[in-house]
Structures are given as C-alpha cells and as structure tokens.
Design a protein around this ligand. Sequence first.
Ligand code: FBP
Length: 560
Amino acid sequence: MEISPLQKARYAYQPKLPPVLKSGIAGLGLEKSPAALPPEGDRERLKALFPSTYGQDRVTFVDRAGGKAAKIEGPGRELRVGVILSGGPAPGGHNVIAGLFDGLKAGNAASRLIGFRGGPGGLVEDKNMEITAALVDAYRNTGGFDMIGSGRTKIETPEQFDAALATAKKHGLSAVVVVGGDDSNTNAALLAEFFAARQAGIAVIGVPKTIDGDLKNEDIEASFGFDTATKLYAELAGNIERDSASGRKYWHFIKLMGRSASHIGLEVALQTRPNVALVSEEVEEKKLSLGNIVDEICASVSARADKGENFGVVLVPEGLIEFVPEMKALIGELNELLAANEAAYNALATAEEKRAFVSGKLKAGEARLYGSLPAEIQTQLIWDRDPHGNVQVSRIETEKLLAAMVKSRLAELAKAGSYKGKFDFQTHFLGYEGRCAFPSNFDADYCYSLGYTAFALIAAGLSGYLSSVKNLAAPASEWKAGGVPLVSMMNIERRHGSDKPVIRKALVELDGAPFKAFAAHRGEWSISSDFRVPGPMQYFGSPEVTDRPTETLLLEKGRE
Ligand code: FBP
C-alpha cells in the first residue's frame, strides 16, 4: 500500500509513556486500594453473577526504587496474549496494540501476541493472526482498526463462552485483551469471570475505547479516541460556521456522533460556540418534548433574523431522540415489542408492512406519536437493534427531523406575524469521518500507554481489570498507570427485554464543569455570530497546540 507523507512522518513519532512504565517491568511495584462499589441496589445480584471477580481492589503501578510496594510476580515470564478490537473504531486502537506488543517484548523477547480478527467473534470462531514486529511497525500512530478488524458480537451463550475458552486454550494464551467501549468491556468482565470459574488460568484485561467519551469514572478519566474525534468534528463544525457566516443564507443542523451521552456535542460546542447546542441529558432532566426543543431553536433563529442574520449553526447529539421523554417511552415500547415478536416481525418483507405491524401493537399514545413522525423516521426507529440491544441512533436522521420541524414552526410564526426572517437549511452528520482519523498526539500517547499498562496488568497476574492511565490533563510525564476492576463499574440494566449486567455509561453531568461552562455562555452564543473556528488538528509544532487535551478534560480536572 502506498503511504502518504503524513503517515510516513507519523511512523517516526515516539509515543510518551507514564514515567513508571519507563522504569522497566522488573522495577514495577503494585499498590492496592479499594475500588468504588457498584450502585447499592445492584450489588447482591452482581456478587452472585461474578463470584470470582466481584470486590477486587483497584491497583496502581509504582516505582519500586523506593522499595515500599510489593514487587509484581514473574515480570519477565514468556507470555502468549490474544487481543481483540471491539465495537466502533476509535483513533489510537493500533497504538494500544503497539504498546501491548512492545511491553510484551520488553518483558520477554519470546512472548507472542495473537490478534483475533473481526472483534469478539474472532475469539469465538478462532479467526486469528500472529501480530509480528513488522505488522506493528506498519500501523504505529495510524488511525483505524483495520490491522485486525473489529466487530460487535456479544458473547452470551454457553456455547460461545466454551468456544472462546477452547480458542484461548488452543493457543496457550495467558491472557486476552479486549479493547472496547462499555458493551465490549461488559463482554470482557463476563469472560474474565467465566475463565476464573473454570480455573483456566487465563486473564482478561479491558482497555477503555470509544469516541463517545462515556466510558469514564473517577479512575478512567477518558476513553481513547474522544480527543481525536472531537478535534476533527470541531474543525469541521468550525468550518461550517465560517461558511454560514460567509454565505449568510443557511442554518446548518449538524448531528454529532455519540450513541447516548452528549459528551461529543458538548466538547464541540465548547470549541466552536454554535448558536444552539442541544444536550440530551438536559432534555431528559427538563423533560423537554420535541416541540419544546423546536421552540428553543426557533427562538435563536428568530432573534438572529431580527438582526438580519438568517444563518447559524445547531448541534444535535446523535442520541437525542432517546432522551426526549415521549420518544424514550416510544422506543422502550418498540424494543419490548420487537423482542417479543421477533419471528413475526422478521417475516415481513417491506418497511411499510413493518411500520403497520408495530403501529398496530403500540399503546394508543405511543401509536399516535409514532404515526405523527415522517415515514423515514418511523422506519429508522424500527431498524434492527445492534447485538447489545441498542437502537442504531447513527441511522436515525434527527437533524433532518428537527430542521423540518423548525421550518414548519417558523412558517406558523410567520403567518402569525411574529417571525419575519428567511429560513433555509442544510443538514450534516459528523460521525464516521472521525473514528479512524490519525490519532492526535494525546491519543497516540494515551493509547500506547494503555496497551503497555494492559501488559503490566497481565504480568502482575491480574484479571478482570480495565487498563487505567490517570492524571491525563497534566503532561504525560505526570501520568499514572494502573487498573480498575471491571465489575466495580457495572450495574443492572434492561436490554433486549431482560435485565443484564452492563458497564455503566457516564452521561453528561449537568452539575459538571463542562456543562456549566457551556451553560454560562450559550445565551450570548445563541444570538452572536462570533463563532470560534478551531482549525485542523496539529501533529507537529508547539506542544501547547499539539498536545492540548480536550476542553472537557481540562474543565473536569480544573485546569482551565
Ligand atoms: P462504540 O461504543 O463501540 O465505541 O461505538 C461508538 C459509535 O461510534 C457510536 O457513536 C455510534 O452510534 C455507533 O458506534 C455506530 O455504530 P456502527 O459502527 O455499528 O454503525
């Protein structure tokens, strides 16, 4: 494959590691401290479901130079490790593999890394490939998950667990590393428990990935990929803002990826200062209807029209639709209905038949709401759920729905004489563009460190942990490495019509610093054309530009 000059230059980039990992594996010590507990109401059920891995301590690697902490056991033993990339791609996945590979080889040159192709299904079906030094070198600091591919298979049947164990045993694995988001790391927790219950002596370690930024807590400060993806979306949204201010004729409705949480939308808003940025979590908290949301957008359109500015930008989080209470109730009912009538529903041939089928089964109120939506949205709402039971919100054109609703509301206002502007719109969806971008320096460093830490956790004989690198708002020279027990991050949720243990999603907190910073300014932004255009991500140059973390992280850590 012919490579670009940038790719060639990025090969030469040496990712930064937390200092403790630079001291070499033999110098590593381990400190333990109690991990946060799952929500009180779910603890007993989780304890019963995860008898071997519930209640583990959180661990931090420390330099043994001081001689205080326990030395990790068998640091240099020969290991054979399997790795899976799981779920949607996120920039930096290849660097996780590179960090894991380099750690393994630094521990013992005879250690080997095996990639399972196409996600968790690759482990179940034993689709594997040896990850060699030459292969790793060809992918260092590049975006994408194409080195070994990814997938969303949910390992849940006893046969799948047995098959995964058989594959791991066949390859003589000491550990499997699962690189994924909340659902994929739920898989990792279940696998870790299963392997422990079978006394297989095979560890499972997770790595926090997702551009959505919703796999975080006090120990996991960010999921990898969020930094790069938001920098890329902010560049594009900023360019669109400048285009709207140049042409002065369109309102742009930009849907931004992020299946549930609005972290991406909020970060892009903080970077670009759009006229309107919707935050799903606020919509849910304030119980706003679609009509209320439309009114909020119309208020900005109208105020700007009064200044002769018939243009602007609205950011719409991808997951919005599931947070509007009336839509949430509708989707909840659709989920149950589709799960309960799977065979009959799947037998229907056309979208029209499927729409009629569900309409006939919905309760009266939900049926009315469903019927009031455009046919395309009705169809998008009943498309297949993903293997984890999630509605595929990336396929629901909420930005188009809102733009059309705003247009018709403005027409009513114009008729009543309270709106005198001119309204034309364009819609955009920014999602897939960002998931495979060349990782920012932050993500290149963070991912390499997460991979290296995953190796250190395996070398320390641990299982059921998520690799953790902390103090991320500070320079990498102050980062800390360790692990957080996967089960400590779980709760019980309703999925596919039944209760399931899953890793908790971290939604935007309305009393958190990022939202507060946004809320403090959005009033001015709604009428102003003083957009902020961040420009393209930089890989070379002053660290103040190239290594700057997200506004979200800086605000959360009190650095701005
Ligand atoms: P992960 O949670 O697996 O990281 O995926 C995130 C995401 O990019 C969401 O933002 C989006 O809704 C979804 O994946 C799209 O999934 P798909 O690639 O299957 O269309």
